[in-house]
Design a binder for this molecule. Structure first.
Ligand code: ADP
Ligand code: ZN
Length: 218
């Protein structure tokens, strides 16, 4: 059983790799961003509140986020590990996590800014199953339809140039300090670098698995 955090800037590929690592490591993936997007679809006061933050590129308040995390962790079958994608994003969130679960390693994705911007502006998501595509380099067979389930592809409402800029800013200010935080705690890191737009996800996934094997975690 292994508990991991996948860490990286918006558009660094957290969701893409986590979904592929899921089966290889037999873990559950908890993606707070995905959960918030589900909540936003619902016309409830909470859904509308979450939407107000996400669509501005701001962090959803900790009280809501922590509740979402706790509920997701509670659903994981006993004996099964997890990958956290999108949590923690602040030191406060990391401290809250400390009290709930032990983290075996951090997967740190290192991606230059220009790749991030290229990727985010051409990203498409399946409305039905959440699969992630990119019209430039991770192309669906048909630009509008999911290869896996036939669902409709859409562009995330926060994948616009202004909101992307804000998300990167928030990442650098509020989330990046977490790297130091976990290093100081002695949590091991697995680093994966992506330097080309066309690098297939599988290449990075193999690199991550190699790193985890070195730590006896895969
Ligand atoms: P990305 O990493 O590409 O920005 P995510 O899907 O992880 O995308 O997150 C989308 C949005 O959801 C964030 O910009 C933020 O508004 C909200 N969000 C996700 N996770 C958290 C979190 N742990 N704390 C606060 N807000 C979050
Ligand atoms: Zn789909």
């Amino acid at each position: 059983m292994v508990n991991l955090i996948i860490f990286g800037a918006p558009g660094s590929g957290k969701g893409t790799y986590a979904s592929r690592l899921k089966d290889r490591l037999n873990v559950e993936v908890i993606a707070t961003g995905d959960i918030f997007r589900e909540m936003m679809k619902e016309e409830t006061p909470l859904g509308r509140k979450v939407k107000g933050y996400v669509e501005k590129g701001l962090l959803v308040p900790d009280a809501i986020t922590l509740e979402v995390l706790k509920q997701s962790l509670a659903k994981i079958p006993r004996g099964k590990g997890f990958i956290l994608d999108g949590y923690p994003r602040t030191i406060e969130q990391a401290e809250a996590l400390n009290g709930i679960a032990k983290i075996d390693a951090i997967i740190h994705l290192i991606v230059p800014d220009w790749i991030i911007i290229e990727r985010l502006s051409s990203r498409r998501i399946c409305k039905n199953c959440g699969a992630i595509y990119n019209l430039l380099y991770l192309k669906p067979k048909n630009d509008m339809v999911c290869d896996k389930c036939g669902g409709q592809l859409y562009q995330r409402s926060d994948d616009t140039p202004e909101v992307i800029k804000k998300r990167i800013e928030v990442y650098e200010k509020q989330t990046q300090p977490l790297l130091q935080y976990y290093m100081a705690k002695g949590v091991p890191f697995v680093e994966a670098k992506c330097e080309k737009l066309e690098t297939p996800p599988e290449t990075i996934v193999e690199e991550i698995l190699k790193g985890l094997k070195r730590l006896n975690l895969a």
